[in-house]
Design a protein around this ligand. Structure first.
Ligand SMILES: Nc1nc2c(ncn2[C@@H]2O[C@H](COP(=O)(O)OP(=O)(O)O)[C@@H](O)[C@H]2O)c(=O)[nH]1
Ligand SMILES: Nc1ncnc2c1ncn2[C@@H]1O[C@H](COP(=O)(O)OP(=O)(O)O)[C@@H](O)[C@H]1O
Length: 430
């Protein structure tokens, strides 16, 4: 249904703006689509109207190396959604990738390549807060998912205005007191911290509540969800499967709270390798004997399970020194002293910045911006409403340098500035 052609005669320098074109329902004419080339002059590509099983659609085509990503919106009577196809120029074949993550509201949109890892998609007719999206095409998360699935993968990530505090990863051997320290922190600062509720295949202990301490899950369902890219990390620990879902972290951060993760050393390693920027703390016991004493005194495990946990504790203590893995080591000897040290660490590392200069005044109002142009560090958006009620809101600049890693599914640290005049914008481009 899709034919692709590049006209050598019609070469043009079309780097910046792509406006979605609406095909006439039922027509089969060729539809010109702006193509983006990495530092090269782009041939004019023409893509037949893409039929994705519906009446109407709108496409943007973005060229990245040998691949062209076609982002199409498809409408039918009941709903509208995104269809993504990739043309491999070398093999001249179309690939339909697995699309991970919650997708944008799929109104009309414009798109531009940010770098080799992501495409910026700006939605129109939704609030500014909901309008900035990134299609991840080659981020570390996408690379990892491609490897797991053995096929092409892309992933949606929502741009979130403002800077969030870095999540805190707390690791340490079983019985060292991680849960106790985290419970104290949550009790003292209930509105500041939120706990990332992990999934596990282990059975609940007495007093453990499903959805509060863990999401207790069946192994096959959890494995299925992992294979579908819903987990930030997972590991086999003490004979069970444990994992942090992307939702577990992002739901806490979306509430405006700092997320605390209680995960093992393998999990900490995986988070280090992910896009999530976090602070990593390892909690050590004052001695191995004291660790054993605490584990027994807790009385939640059988003797066999205690032995397994103690064996694993030695390996975890060894790994705590891995270069570049943990930012801080905390010895939990006296509980109150250790808790005070933990609080000091968190305020020392408190990197919360005010969202200075962020254009969030009209964040909830319906926005209709389309991508106008791009520099190294900014993308300029122009209002399509035609009304210049506030001159400042007519042109916006999205600051690309401020983006920080969220868990897959969110791109945090988004800053949007208003530009006072077209001259400023043009100065930025020059
Ligand atoms: N990788 C990973 N480890 C987890 C996760 N949730 C808990 N853990 C770790 O699994 C280990 C066992 O946890 P648990 O069964 O609650 O026993 P406890 O540590 O003895 O209280 C601990 O080291 C936790 O930090 C998770 O989502 N991912
Ligand atoms: N500093 C401490 N001194 C003595 N006992 C402690 C201390 N910290 C925690 N404990 C106790 O040790 C046991 C294990 O603590 P817990 O928080 O469950 O460890 P973890 O979550 O690391 O497995 C619990 O019974 C807890 O009350």
């Amino acid at each position: 249904l899709v034919r692709f052609s590049a006209s050598s005669s019609g070469r043009r320098r079309d780097r910046g703006i792509s406006s979605g074109k609406r095909g006439t329902p039922g027509s089969s004419h060729l539809l010109p689509i702006t193509a983006y080339f990495m530092g090269e002059e782009a041939p004019e590509f023409r893509v037949d109207r893409i039929t994705l099983g519906s009446k109407d659609c709108q496409e943007n085509a973005i060229v990245v190396g040998d691949k062209t990503y076609v982002i199409g919106r498809t409408d039918d009577d009941s709903k509208s959604s995104f269809g993504i196809k990739i043309l491999d120029k070398l093999t001249q074949t179309w690939i339909v990738p697995t699309v991970l993550g919650a997708q944008p509201p799929s109104k009309s949109h414009s798109a531009i390549l940010i770098n080799e890892e992501k495409i910026l998609v700006v939605e129109k007719g939704v609030s500014l807060n909901d309008s900035i999206w990134f299609l991840e095409i080659d981020t570390p998360f996408v690379k990892q998912q491609r490897k797991i699935k053995g096929s092409e993968v892309v992933s949606w990530s929502k741009g979130v205005l403002g800077v969030a505090q870095k999540p805190v990863v707390i690791s340490g051997p079983s019985g060292v007191g991680k849960g106790t320290l985290i419970a104290k922190l949550m009790k003292e600062y209930p509105s500041k911290f939120g706990f990332s509720v992990s999934h596990t295949t282990r059975s609940p202990r007495v007093k453990e509540i499903d959805g509060v301490h863990y999401h207790f899950a069946g192994r096959s369902k959890m494995e299925q969800d992992i294979s579908e890219g819903e987990f930030l990390e997972f590991a086999h620990v003490h004979g069970n499967l444990y994992g942090t879902s992307i939702e577990a972290v992002e739901s806490v951060t979306d509430e405006g709270k700092r997320c605390i993760l209680d995960i093992d050393v393998q999990g900490a390693r995986s988070v280090r390798a992910s896009s999530l920027e976090a602070i990593f703390i390892f909690v050590c016991p004052p001695s191995f004997e004291e660790l054993e004493k605490r584990l027994r005194a807790r009385g939640t495990e059988t003797e066999e399970q205690i032995q397994k946990r103690l064996r694993n504790a030695r390996a975890e203590l060894d790994q705590s020194n891995s270069p570049g893995l943990f930012d801080h080591l905390l010895v939990n000897d006296n509980l109150e002293a250790c808790y005070e040290n933990l609080k000091k660490l968190l305020s020392l590392d408190d990197d919360h910045k005010d969202s200075d200069g962020c254009f969030i005044e009209d964040g909830k109002a319906t926005a209709c911006y389309s991508i106008m142009s791009k520099t190294e560090s900014e993308v300029f958006l122009q209002s399509e409403t035609g009304e210049v009620v506030k001159a400042a809101a007519n042109l916006l600049a999205v600051d690309l340098s401020s983006l920080t890693g969220g868990a897959p599914g969110r791109t945090r640290g988004l800053k949007i500035h208003s530009i006072n005049s077209i001259d400023n914008c043009l100065k930025g481009i020059r």
